[in-house]
Design a binder for this molecule. Sequence first.
Ligand code: HSE
Length: 403
Amino acid sequence: MKKIAVLGFGVVGSGTVEVFYKNKEALEKKAGEELDIKYILEIRDCPDERYKDKFVKDFNVILNDPEVAVVAEVIGGVKFSYGYVKSALEAGKSVVTSNKELVAKNGAELLRIAREHNVNFFFEASVGGGIPIIRPLNQCLSANEIDEIAGILNGTTNFILTKMIKEGMGFDEALKIAQELGYAERDPSADVEGHDTCRKICILASLAFGRHVYPDNIHTEGITKITLEDVRYCESMNSVIKLIGFASKRGDDVAVMTCPAVISEESQLSGVNDVFNAILVRGDAVGDVVFYGKGAGKLPTASAVVSDIIIAAKSHGTSKTMRWEDSEQDFIIPYRKLENRFYVRANTDRRTAEEIFGEVRFLSRDGAPDNETAFVTPVINEAEFEEKCGKINVLGSIRVLDY
Ligand code: HSE
């Protein structure tokens, strides 16, 4: 019999307990032994009568109980979770987590501690919610050199953009619905400002390239500046706007960024709507593989957490933890050197736009005021683009990416 402790009883924590008990019998068959949740760590008072005997408020009860073999950390943030996870690993317990902030910030260290203590640190739920991506990238695609990863990695912003594109709904109203559906982070600025996507692409890049990529070193933009006008212009060129995290190998170095992007309707990523996420992985042997599914929400995320619990329970006493090394960030290409085409909406005329940006492609939309011009630039680097934008009144600009 293996005992499990669940740290946190919010959306993901309660989902984890629900999925575990709903499928307990089948899970035990897969694990090859009996399993049970012995503790639920929650600071609030008795949030659920059904499991009242399992609730504890003191993490040390879990830490000091030798019966607990697997700890599932689903609190989020790093304030409490970092200390809890580290001490659980040091005490010889395997840890599974949905916490992308923790993995993106401390992954290299926690993986090392897990290896040193012959236990596992799994985090399938940290990227893509219910989509299997961490283990496939680490195992099934391990024969490949990974050249490129590009994904829609945040359910909340994809839900908001879908509402804007398909229903013409405003940003605030769409965000409110996403929050009510339990997709958004406690502080939704992590979603809409792109930090959640950034953390996830950093985790995937670290795994794919074997060196820790820290979010603080990655250029990150969210979707708060996207307007319905931009949506309409992009529609006129058969394209949609998506928040993309990408990591791209360029020689020995890597380009990593999070930004809204104009994506052609022909791209596999363009039809990914609502809370769905999709991750395109390009390997040198396999070519393109796309992973698709629900990227947020109680049960999809719990699906990944509970699966990690089963694998951790099955492999107890051995370390099957993946690995990447801590690193100087010298292999990350400074973003101002990266080259792209850009969509631009500006208060200017066509002649000035051409004088500044060269051969551009003009766009149109119904109801545009006379002094508004929208166009797509030729390929240009970020520094040069910024310098040119200083010469006109730019109302909005978005990178045009080819995936
Ligand atoms: N807030 C996140 C999202 C939750 O919307 O994708 C899943 O990581």
